[in-house]
Write a protein that binds this ligand. Structure first.
Ligand code: IVH
Length: 695
C-alpha cells in the first residue's frame, strides 16, 4: 500500500522531526506533517504489523507533537494522534441507536448445511454458480463505527442489535482504528462500518498471568477479555489492554451525488484497507461455487491454532453487492451470508467432587473433579474453581451440570452452571475452615479472595515448596519429579529443601523402580544444581510474587543473598520490579528464622548464595537483543536465554524493531513470520546462535 517513495518520504520526515526535537518554531510550523508522520507509523505498526522505525524513535516523534500542542492548544484537532487519550472516567455508557440494525448470521456446521444454503441462494437469484468471499469469523466483541466527513464520530457495542452502548472514547484507544479516513475520495459522506475487537492470544495469556499474580481467577477466553475491556470506565486502561480491531463490513453508506458505488464485498475490504483500517484483505478468499468453499473451510479449520488470534469459524458472503441486495434478509439475518462454525471447544459435564489443594504459599484452591469429557482434542477431568467467590458467582453446586470451555491452548475453564437442570440432590460446596493437610485454622485477609493455611510447616506446603524448588525453571533437578518428592516425603527421606541434598542414595538404589543408572543420573542432577546461579536459587525459594524477572533483579542487586535480610522494605522497593506488595513479601521471607537457617544450610552444602554478577558489557553479544522461538534441539530455551544473557545479550518478550536476533527452533510460528517482515532483525538457527556465542 505504500510505495518505496512514500516510505522514504516518511522516514526522512521522521528524521527531520527528531533532529529538530528542540526547535519549537519548526515543530509548530510542521505540526500537520508531524501528525501525518505519526499516523503513518501507527498504521505500519498496528495495521500492517510491519514497523519502519524503532519504538523509541516513535516515542520521540510523539513527544514532539504533545509538546507542541501543549504550547499551542489552538492547534489541537479532534483527529490528532494525541486525542486517543480519553479525558477522565466515563460514568456510564449512553445508549445509542445503530444507523442500520446489527444482524446476526445464520450458522452452519457441516458441508450439508452449506450445500443447502447455497442451493436456496441459487434458486432465489437464478444464478448457477455464485462467487463467494470467505473470511475468518473473528471471535471477539462486535463494534459499529460511524465516520462523518472523514472523521470518526461514534463507536458503539452491538447491544441488542438495534441499540448499543456508546463506547466512542474507549475505541479511540485502539490504535489500529484511524481517527480520520479519507472516505470522501470515494464520494462517501457518512458511513457505518462493522468489525470485531480482539485481544490476541499472546496478550490474552499475559493478561491472565497478571490476574493469576493477583490471585484473581483468569478469564475464560480472549472474547470475554475483549468485551470486558471495551466496557471499562477508564479509557486509558483500555489502551493498556493492547486490543486490535478487524473491520469486515460496511453497513450503511451515504454517498454524495457524483460517485461510483462499491460493486463487491471484496472491493469494500480493499477500500477499507486502503483507508487505513485493518480489514481481512489478506485473510479473505474469493471462491466460485460452494464445493470450493467447503474444501477451503476444511483446510482453514486445521490452521485455526496457528493463528495469532481466536476465530470460531468462517463467514461466507455472496461477493457481489447487487446480488446481496437481491437476496435480501430475513428478520434475523441476511440471506447472502452464513457463518460456518468450527468444532465447539465447549462441552457439558457433571461436577463429581471438589478437592482442596494447598499451594506452596499456603493458598487453598478448590479443584473440580468432573466426569471426564473430551474438548478440543484432550480429555478434561479436573478444573480449577479458583476460590470461594468464583464458586459463589458461578452458582456451582456438587452434582451440577457445568458448561466447560477450552479455547485453543488456554487452560480449561468453567463458563457456567445450569441451576435449571438441578434434580434436587445437588449440594452446596462447603469450603473448609481448617487446612486439609495440617488442620490449622485457615485465614483470609481483606485484600485477597483466597483462603490460606498460615502454618509455614504445613506438610503440604513443604512438599509443594520442594516441587517448586526442583522444577525446570528453578533449580532444574531432573529425575526427582513430583511423584518421587511425595513418595520420599512419606518415607521420611525428605523433610525440607536442604534434605534434597542428603538423600540416602544407597538405600534408593535398592528400591523397586530405581536402577543404578537412574540413581546415578539423579545424583548428578542434584550435584549440578549446587552451581546454579543465584537468580535461579532465588526463584526456586518460592517467595510470593517473586518470579524469574524479580529474582534476576534481586540477584543483580546483592553480593550475597543474605544481604536482603538487612534491607528495609523501603530499600527493597528501590529495586527494579519491586513494588509495595513484593517488598513486603521479600521482607517477610527474610525475617523468618526458619528461612535463614535453611539458607545457611544450603550454603554449607555448597549452593551459590553469592552473586556471580557478570558484567554484561564484557560479553560478545554486548547489548544485542534476542528472542527464542520454536523448540530448540540442543538446549532448553531457558538455557539458551541464560547463555545469551551471560554473554551480554538481552532477552525481549516479543518481535519488534528493537529485536536484533530471532533464534528459530523447530515448528516456529507467528513470531518468525512477523520477524521476516522487519528487515533489521537477523534470523538465526540454533547452530548459528551457538557459533555466535563462540566468536
Ligand atoms: S459479517 C450482516 N463478518 O459474527 C452481516 N461477522 O454471528 C454482518 N463476526 O455479529 C456480519 N467475524 O460479530 C461478519 N468476518 C466477519 C465476522 C463477523 C465475526 C461476528 C459478528 C456478528 C457475528 C454473527
Amino acid at each position: 500500500m505504500y510505495t518505496n517513495e512514500d516510505n522514504r518520504f516518511f522516514l526522512e520526515k521522521s528524521k527531520e522531526i527528531i533532529d529538530n526535537f528542540e526547535d519549537a518554531d519548526f515543530l509548530k510550523k510542521n505540526i500537520d506533517g508531524i501528525k501525518n508522520v505519526i499516523r503513518f507509523h501507527e498504521h505500519r505498526y498496528y495495521v500492517m504489523n510491519d514497523p519502519l522505525i524503532a519504538d523509541f524513535e516513535f516515542d520521540r516523534i510523539y513527544d514532539t507533537l504533545k509538546k507542541t500542542e501543549k504550547i499551542n492548544p489552538s492547534l489541537i484537532t479532534g483527529d490528532s494522534p494525541t486525542q486517543r487519550v480519553g479525558p477522565g472516567l466515563t460514568k456510564q455508557f449512553n445508549t445509542v441507536q445503530h444507523l442500520v440494525p446489527m444482524l446476526s448470521l445464520e450458522n452452519s456446521y457441516n458441508a450439508e448445511d452449506l450445500i443447502d444454503w447455497d442451493r436456496k441462494a441459487r434458486e432465489l437469484s437464478g444464478i448457477e454458480s455464485i462467487t463467494y468471499c470467505v473470511e475468518p469469523k473473528f471471535d471477539g466483541a462486535s463494534i459499529s463505527l460511524i465516520y462523518e466527513n472523514d472523521k470518526y464520530t461514534r463507536g458503539a457495542t452491538r447491544g441488542d442489535g438495534v441499540e448499543g452502548e456508546d463506547i466512542t472514547l474507549n475505541l479511540k484507544q485502539i490504535r489500529s482504528l484511524p481517527l480520520s479516513a479519507s472516505f470522501s475520495t470515494y464520494g462517501i459522506e457518512q458511513i457505518e462500518i462493522r468489525g470485531e475487537v480482539l485481544m490476541n492470544k499472546d496478550n490474552f495469556k499475559k493478561f491472565n498471568e497478571q490476574l493469576a499474580e493477583q490471585n484473581l481467577p483468569p478469564l475464560a477466553n480472549p472474547r470475554n477479555a475483549a468485551s470486558g475491556s471495551l466496557r471499562m470506565k477508564d479509557a486509558t486502561s483500555v489502551g493498556k489492554r493492547n486490543l486490535e480491531a478487524f473491520i469486515y463490513h460496511i453497513a450503511y453508506i451515504q454517498y454524495d451525488q457524483k460517485n461510483t458505488r462499491i460493486q463487491s464485498h471484496s472491493e469494500s475490504l480493499e477500500i477499507l484497507w486502503n483507508l487505513g483500517f485493518k480489514s481481512p484483505v489478506a485473510e479473505k478468499k474469493i471462491l466460485v461455487g460452494i464445493e470450493s468453499v467447503i474444501s477451503f473451510c476444511a483446510e482453514y479449520e486445521k490452521k485455526r491454532d496457528t493463528l495469532p488470534y481466536e476465530i470460531d469459524g468462517l463467514v461466507i458472503k455472496v461477493n457481489e453487492i447487487a446480488l446481496q441486495d437481491k437476496l435480501g434478509m430475513t428478520t434475523h439475518h441476511p440471506r447472502w451470508a452464513i457463518a460456518y462454525k468450527f468444532k465447539a471447544r465447549q462441552s457439558t459435564s457433571t461436577l463429581l467432587q471438589v478437592e482442596f489443594q494447598i499451594g506452596r504459599t499456603g493458598s487453598i484452591t478448590p479443584v473440580a473433579k468432573i466426569q471426564p469429557v473430551p474438548i478440543g482434542g484432550v480429555t478434561v477431568a479436573s478444573i480449577s474453581l479458583h476460590n470461594e467467590d468464583f464458586i459463589r458467582e458461578k452458582n456451582i453446586r456438587m452434582g451440577d451440570t457445568l458448561l466447560i470451555e477450552r479455547a485453543g491452548d488456554v487452560i480449561p475453564y468453567i463458563v457456567k452452571s445450569f441451576p435449571e437442570l438441578r434434580k434436587g440432590h445437588e449440594k452446596e460446596i462447603n469450603f473448609p475452615s481448617e487446612c486439609p493437610a495440617c488442620k490449622t485454622k485457615l485465614i483470609k485477609t481483606e485484600e485477597e479472595a483466597v483462603w490460606r493455611c498460615p502454618n509455614y510447616q504445613c506438610p503440604a506446603q513443604i512438599v509443594e515448596r520442594m516441587i517448586h524448588f526442583t522444577s525446570k525453571d528453578a533449580m532444574d533437578i531432573r529425575g526427582l519429579g513430583e511423584a518421587n518428592i511425595r513418595k520420599f516425603y512419606e518415607m521420611g527421606w525428605l523433610k525440607d529443601i536442604p534434605s534434597i541434598y542428603q538423600l540416602p542414595f544407597d538405600s534408593l538404589k535398592k528400591m523397586e523402580g530405581f536402577g543404578a543408572k537412574s540413581v546415578e543420573n539423579l545424583v548428578e542432577a542434584i550435584e549440578k544444581s549446587t552451581s546454579q546461579p543465584l537468580h535461579r536459587l532465588i526463584n526456586s525459594l518460592g517467595i510470593r510474587y517473586v518470579g524469574e524477572t524479580t529474582a534476576k533483579a534481586l540477584a543483580q542487586k546483592v553480593h550475597h543473598l543474605l544481604d536482603l535480610q538487612k534491607m528495609s522494605k523501603e530499600e527493597l522497593q528501590e529495586i527494579e520490579d519491586v513494588g509495595v506488595k513484593v517488598a513486603e513479601s521479600i521482607y517477610q521471607f527474610f525475617s523468618t528464622k526458619d528461612n535463614i537457617e535453611m539458607l545457611n544450610k544450603l550454603e554449607s552444602i555448597g549452593l551459590q548464595l553469592r552473586s556471580s554478577k557478570k558484567q554484561p558489557s564484557s560479553g560478545s553479544l554486548n547489548g544485542k537483543s534476542f528472542l527464542f522461538t520454536g523448540s530448540l534441539l540442543k538446549m532448553k530455551r531457558t538455557e539458551a536465554e541464560e547463555l545469551a544473557e551471560a554473554n551480554g545479550g538481552k532477552i525481549l518478550s516479543g518481535v519488534s524493531s528493537k529485536l536484533d536476533f530471532l533464534v528459530v527452533g523447530e515448528d516456529a510460528g507467528s513470531k518468525l513470520e512477523k520477524a521476516k517482515k522487519i528487515a533489521s532483525i537477523q534470523i538465526l538457527s540454533e547452530d548459528e546462535f551457538i557459533q555466535l556465542i563462540k566468536k
